[in-house]
Design a protein around this ligand. Structure first.
Ligand code: ARG
Length: 569
């Protein structure tokens, strides 16, 4: 059982013996450590006991005798504070972690609930840039977190493989590109073609009309040459994305495509037209949501081509009807908040009221001057990776002259991944990120490599202990763990399962990221203040068990965030 709950239950039982009924949830962490370890705000009892909370606290403090686990009970104002025997608490938590290992921290809150988490959703025919990585890092962490909370999760991608952006690239290729202009890196080629096309089309309605015509023919699907070019280039993009997903260790259970939803959306049109808020306007079809202060959403242009929104309607329904999910999450840029509200409203007005949640996140900026891009203001994932790898590999080589090339490049890549993913996750979604590669790669900041480094340090202590023949199993006297920082670390370990739950409930992996950072900081403080292998026998063993438990929690957390673990670095 969860140690935190066990402790609280013991207090509940203790109070019950004195005829006072409370719930485990009534017990709080006191605002200041000096007050105690757990605190009961006696307001919760004043109604029933018909006494002022201060008086209740005072009376109970006198009345209740300490128990096995609770060594002191005192009142401060309206609070009744409990001081725990940390050697006992430590023993409980170490035992639980040892037993549950990789499962420590998980819960079954979501048992029987199926959710679809849609994330990544890049547009084909454009390059995968660093902003896309933020979505992918948060999204895959959410998938892991929901699973850790017992949900059945379908991780879905939704690829924008048709629409104006695609038509622009195809138009550009048909008019400006020779076969020989296409280099080996097809993804990069398409990205640049898109940028050029936009430049070319800017302020030129005549050319824009040509693009619109291509979009029309693309949706009709009858022009064989055009369809061939579309299929071919679409595949280039998808291959490029898949390569990136592989590198980032990102997996989806299902891929949806705008080109498929586009067809389904058009099929739904007659049904949609029956709804009174779906109207014709100058030949176009719109959803008029003014009444709900949500403006107007164009679904179909006058020339019969579809817009983004027409595709989201069948997709949303499919998720519930075909995949039978109970809940549907959309991890999408904040700038689409109003748009998604419109979609959810349309569905609601269609009588489709389901749990659909937009999880928004802000965009990513680059600290200029560090990495320059040939493509203008876009910095691609590959550019960041290549810049990082040179730097990290050089540094790794310096630290490990004895490692071969393969080992160096594998370790370097893991360090880069940690820097990138943690850099994208560590801030809540409502903050714009200014991604600074130099900063993110540091071993001693609020960074992924710092967590990896701390883990490697934990590992190295345990390895040394092992080499010295020290056996760290069995029962120890945890009274040795009396320092404040040790107590803090024990608290951190106990708190971890609540962090997992909170992170999932708030759809915000930055909560877990920040917790892991803080446990690493606490461990490093401990490490600098107190001896481990050089300590007296009993203290040494107790501290080694503490270290082993911290390593387990850190590794469990890193796995959930998708950050690779290094034994040595
Ligand atoms: N592909 C879209 C874009 O790049 C994002 C798709 C978001 N998901 C959705 N169901 N609309 O802007």
């Amino acid at each position: 059982m969860d140690t935190n709950l066990k402790i609280k239950n013991e207090i509940v039982a203790l109070l019950k013996k004195h005829g006072v009924k409370i719930n485990a949830e009534d017990l709080r962490e006191p605002p200041e450590a000096e007050m105690g370890d757990l605190s009961l705000p006696c307001f919760v009892l004043s109604k029933e006991l018909k006494k002022a909370p201060e008086k209740i606290a005072e009376d109970l403090a006198k009345e209740i005798k300490p128990s096995d686990l609770i060594i002191n009970i005192k009142n401060i104002g309206p609070y009744l504070n409990f001081l725990l025997d940390y050697s006992k608490v430590a023993e409980m938590i170490f035992l639980q972690i040892k037993k549950e290992r990789g499962d420590y921290g998980v819960n079954s809150n979501g048992k029987g609930i199926k959710v679809m988490i849609e994330y990544s959703q890049p547009n084909t025919h454009k390059e995968f840039h660093i902003g896309h990585v933020r979505n992918v890092a948060i999204g895959s962490a959410l998938v892991n977190l929901y699973r850790a909370c017992g949900y059945k999760v379908i991780a879905a991608n939704y690829l924008g493989d048709i629409g104006a952006h695609v038509a622009k690239v195809l138009w550009y290729m048909m008019n400006y590109v020779n076969e020989t202009d296409i280099g080996p890196d097809k993804g990069e080629f398409l990205g640049q073609a898109y940028v050029r096309a936009v430049e070319e089309l800017n302020g030129n309605p005549e050319l824009q009309a040509q693009v619109q015509d291509i979009l029309k023919r693309l949706e009709e699907g009858k022009d064989k040459d055009l369809m061939f070019l579309w299929q071919q280039t679409r595949k280039w993009s998808l291959d490029a994305f898949n390569k990136i997903y592989d590198e980032l260790d990102i997996k989806f259970n299902i891929d949806f495509f705008e080109s498929v939803e586009e067809k389904d959306g058009k099929k739904m049109l007659p049904e949609l037209m029956k709804l009174d808020f779906i109207k014709e306007s100058e030949g176009a079809i719109i959803a008029d949501l003014e009444k709900y202060k949500l403006g107007v959403l164009v679904l179909l242009r006058a020339d019969g081509t579809s817009l983004y929104g027409l595709k989201d309607i069948p997709l949303a329904i499919k998720k519930f009807k075909k995949y039978k999910v109970d809940k549907s999450l959309y991890l999408v840029d904040t700038r689409q908040s109003q748009y998604l509200e419109q979609i959810f409203k349309i569905l609601e007005l269609m009588g489709f009221k389901k749990e659909m949640i937009h999880v928004p996140y802000e965009f990513v900026e680059l600290k200029s001057g560090i990495i320059s891009s040939r493509t203008g203001n876009i910095v691609t994932y590959e550019e960041v990776r290549d810049a990082a790898m040179i730097k990290v590999a050089n540094e790794t080589k310096e630290r490990h002259a004895d490692w071969d090339e393969k080992k160096i490049s594998e370790a370097s890549f893991k360090i880069f991944l940690a820097a990138l993913k943690f850099g994208m996750i560590r801030q809540a979604g409502d903050k714009i990120i200014t991604f600074d590669l130099e900063e993110a790669l540091k071993f001693d900041g609020f960074t992924g490599p710092y967590l990896q480094y701390t883990n490697a340090r934990l590992n190295s202590i345990l390895k040394k202990a092992d080499e010295q023949g020290i056996k760290i199993s069995g029962k120890f006297d945890y009274r040795a763990l009396g320092a404040n920082i040790e107590k803090q670390l024990i608290k951190d370990l106990i708190f971890y399962p609540q962090i997992i739950l909170m992170t999932q409930q708030k759809n915000d992996p930055s909560i877990l990221a920040q917790f892991l950072f803080s446990i690493c900081q606490n461990f490093n403080t401990f490490y600098h203040e107190l001896p481990v292998l050089k300590a007296d026998e009993n203290i040494k063993l107790a501290r080694l068990v503490l270290i082993k438990s911290i390593r387990q929690v850190l590794e469990n957390g890193l796995v959930l965030l998708g950050i690779p673990i290094l034994k040595e670095m």
